[in-house]
Structure formats: C-alpha cells, structure tokens
Design a binder for this molecule. Structure first.
Ligand code: GRG
Length: 296
C-alpha cells in the first residue's frame, strides 16, 4: 500500500527538484538557444524523479541538510535524462514518445538530441564541481561516483551489453550483469550521493550500496513486468516492446510469477541491508515499497 503520507512527500520532493532544475537550466537567447530549450523540454514537467528522490531521502535519513543536497541530486536526473534522450535515438531504440510527449529528436532534430544529451552529461559535472555548499572532498567523491556509475563499467557498459545481446536469448546471470549496470548503477549512485552529502561513515556507505544495488534490480524486474502487463492490458495480448524487440527480460526468462518473486527477493535483500543501520530507515523502506508496488 502506498500511503497518502508517502505520496505527498514524493510530491513535495518532486516539486523541490523541479524548481531547482528550472533554476539550473534557464532559458538563454542566442544562436544556441535551442540547446537550452531542448534541455528544458526533456528535463521539466515529467518523470518520477526517483533517482534524486532516493538521494534526498537518504540524505535526510542520515541527518544531512536537504537544501545543500538539492543541486547534487539534480545532477542524477540530468544524467538519467541524457541517457533517455540518447536511448530514444534512431540508432538505439528509435522511440517517438517519452514521458508522454515527443522524444527530443522528433521534436527538434537528431543532432539536437545528441547535443542535448551531451550538454546534460557535461553540465552535471560542472554543477558538482562548482556547488558552493559542498566541500572539496565531497565534490571529488561525488564526481568520482557519478563518472564510475554512469561510465564504461556502469550505465554505458550496461547499454553496450544490451546492444551486444540484441536478438539473443541470454541467461539470468547475463541479464543481471546487464541490468545491475544499465539500471542499478545510477540508482546505487543516488544512494551513495545521500551518504556522501550527509558525511556517512564508510561502514554505513557499504550497507547503503547493497541497498542501492538490490533496489535498482527490483526496479528493473518491475519495469519488465510492467512492460509485459501494460501491453497486455492495452492490447489484450502480450505484445510488449521487449517481445517485439526480442529482448530477454525477467519475464521472458522466468515467467510472470517467478519474476514477481524475484523482485520481492531483491526488495528483501535491500531492506536487510538497511536493518543494521543505526538510523530510522522507515522513509527509505517506504520508497522501496513504492518501487516494488509501482504501476508506471
Ligand atoms: C544511451 C548512454 C546511454 C545509456 C542508456 C539507462 C539507459 C542506458 C537507457 C534508458 C532506457 C531504459 C529502458 C533504461 C532502463 C532503466 C529505466 C527503466 C529507465 C526509466 O526510468 P524511470 O522509470 O523513468 O525512472 P522516468 O521517466 O520516470 O524518469
């Protein structure tokens, strides 16, 4: 059950994130104004904001200060949005719609979509490097986490595995290795960000990482389930985009019931990792519940 309390705090966090993104990426005039327009088009007004919310909830849980964590949290949304813009391009998934509106390459052009993604990626690091609320040590740690988790052995590596496995039946271990990078790493970064922003101890950071890795995988299993069941609800048959693209997913490999059990197992592991932390972890567990029970 998602409580009214949780949905109102998710809305409150989303509002803060939306306002800060709006401030961080203002409109600009000049021959390159379309870049900022496209960045605002892709960033503002939609999206669950799950990654920055994970950072803010973790920061607050550990006794950190939300206003000081907000810009850093927004950099995760920028990296996430760049990955969606590039993933939608014709050379990747070739999607026409994202977050209920035309994809950036359809609304503007392919060139603008590539460059808007590049801009959001680059700008995320500029924000971290110049955030006056962060210490020099925090800046370096956050930039290292973001680079590693979104890089060649993280999100981008996972996407390349996805390309490599196209049209192939892969086993569960390969699927997990792919998704722990493609989806899990940025979620883990979001949790690690909370730890760094609230000056968490090393031992606590390790537990938080385990939580992040497992909740990232639970999120992906649910995503596969939703892709399958929403297609069924919409079309009355199993024509999920994953099936059309002949992608191996938790549902195609395990079937619906075992995929649900698998999501629950990742959720349980995630919560177990939190159980020995000397903090009130209720809000992070509520967020994990939301991830497990979400319908979109
Ligand atoms: C192209 C560099 C590059 C990387 C692409 C993350 C990724 C790798 C591609 C995005 C497409 C995709 C299906 C990723 C799996 C993770 C996922 C389900 C993303 C959607 O995240 P949500 O549901 O989206 O949090 P909103 O719109 O709510 O932010």
């Amino acid at each position: 059950m998602i409580t009214t309390d949780l949905s109102s705090s998710l809305e409150a966090y989303s509002r803060l994130i939306e306002q800060r993104l709006d401030q961080l990426v203002p409109r600009q005039n000049g021959p390159h104004q379309h870049l900022f327009e496209a960045a605002r088009y892709s960033l503002l007004g939609a999206g669950k904001r799950l990654r920055p919310i994970l950072t803010l909830v973790t920061t607050e849980m550990l006794g950190g200060h939300i206003p000081d964590a907000l810009s850093a949290a927004c950099t995760l949304e920028m990296i996430h949005t760049y990955s969606l813009i590039h993933d939608d391009l014709p050379c990747m998934d070739n999607d026409d719609y994202r977050r209920g509106k035309l994809t950036v390459h359809k609304k503007y052009s392919e060139g603008h979509a590539v460059l808007t993604g590049d801009y959001l990626l680059t700008y995320a690091f500029e924000i971290l490097a110049t955030d006056s609320t962060l210490s020099a040590e925090q800046k370096v740690k956050l930039m290292a986490i973001l680079a590693k988790r979104s890089g060649g052995n993280g999100m981008i590596g996972g996407q390349v595995m996805d390309l490599a496995y196209e049209g192939q039946q892969i086993d569960l271990a390969a699927l997990q290795a792919l998704h722990s990078r493609k989806t899990g790493d940025l979620m883990t970064a979001a949790i690690e960000f909370g730890g760094i922003l609230a000056h968490a101890q090393e031992a606590h950071l390790h537990k938080l990482q385990t939580f992040g890795e497992n909740i990232g995988l639970a999120f992906q299993v649910i995503d596969d389930i939703l892709d399958f069941t929403n297609s069924q609800a919409k079309h009355g048959r199993a024509v999920s985009s994953d099936l059309i693209n002949r992608k191996s997913t938790y549902v195609t490999l395990l079937g619906l019931d075992k995929a649900r059990a698998c999501a629950q197992e990742f959720y349980d592991q995630a919560c177990k990792a939190l159980s020995t932390l000397p903090f009130n972890t209720a809000s992070l567990i509520e967020l994990a519940d939301f991830i497990l029970q979400r319908h979109h």
